[in-house]
Unconditional design. Structure first.
Length: 269
């Protein structure tokens, strides 16, 4: 694929191949946006969502949800998996339990469940979430954080420093998929990938591992769109040498705008 040097206002991403690394069940909307802008969406999931190894701790938390003063969801997957397991357990979400989320996409997933979520207005990370008034006066309160296995500890550690009792609720696992990296590398060799979209640090590390020594050079030389400075730092740590663009929000629309901005700047050179 050869990227056109002529701008097209109707198809601003004409000739631009964008690698999407989201989990398969979450890639469709971003792929649609890219294709509507004239680009080519290349799907290569670097994370799969799997059930927890042991559901009992999560079910026990469901049994005492009414005791919590605050619930926090780290990701859309955390929302979707939590409410799926909640329905399977025939449990109800307490109507008076406040919900906070890291980003707008996660908040939208909460709203689909008929609930309201408090979310930062500008930056979408744990640091911004900790700045919300809802998370300030939490001494002697009970907070539950719904997330996958592992992840950053900043949120829970800071809430504990502020006097809260924090429980982590693992509602899913992230696993590295079995994927045909050779096919992806061949796509790179043919010049069909101009930008990589990364939505999690773990997904980026999985991509790095799946590509192996043969394919990593292509990754290092390709501009990457990420959602946070932490992800950008991981790109640099892994050897990325091309442009790293941080989307203004953790949404598919913001990822699309970041790719469009890269294309406009490239055409202006």
């Amino acid at each position: 694929m050869v990227v056109s040097d002529a701008p097209d206002t109707d198809a601003p991403l004409a000739g631009v191949g964008v690698l999407i690394t989201r989990p398969a069940h979450q890639a469709a909307h971003l792929a649609q946006l890219i294709e509507q802008a004239g680009g080519v969406a290349i799907r290569f999931p670097t994370i799969e969502i799997a059930p927890p190894v042991d559901l009992d701790p999560l079910l026990a938390i469901f049994g005492r949800l009414a005791e919590y003063d605050l619930a926090i969801f780290i990701s859309p997957n955390a929302v979707e998996q939590t409410f799926s397991w909640l329905r399977a357990a025939k449990r109800e979400w307490p109507s008076n339990l406040p919900v906070a989320c890291v980003g707008r996409t996660t908040a939208a997933a909460v709203e689909k469940q008929g609930l309201h979520a408090t979310v930062p207005s500008e930056r979408y990370d744990s640091e911004a979430l900790l700045g919300l008034s809802l998370l300030q006066n939490v001494a002697h309160k009970q907070a539950v954080i719904f997330r996958g296995d592992g992840g950053r500890e900043l949120l829970g550690d800071t809430l504990r420093q502020r006097g809260a009792a924090v429980t982590y609720a693992q509602c899913y696992r992230r696993i590295r998929p079995h994927a045909d990296a050779e096919t992806l590398i061949d796509t790179w060799r043919r010049g069909e990938i101009q930008v990589v979209s990364v939505t999690s640090t773990e997904g980026l590390r999985n991509l790095h591992a799946l590509l192996g020594e043969t394919g990593r050079g292509w990754l290092y030389a390709t501009p990457v769109v990420v959602l946070s400075e932490a992800q950008a730092a991981t790109c640099r740590e892994l050897g990325g040498e091309a442009a790293i663009m941080i989307a203004t929000a953790a949404t598919d629309e913001a990822i699309l705008e970041a790719v469009k901005t890269w294309r406009r700047e490239r055409l202006s050179l």
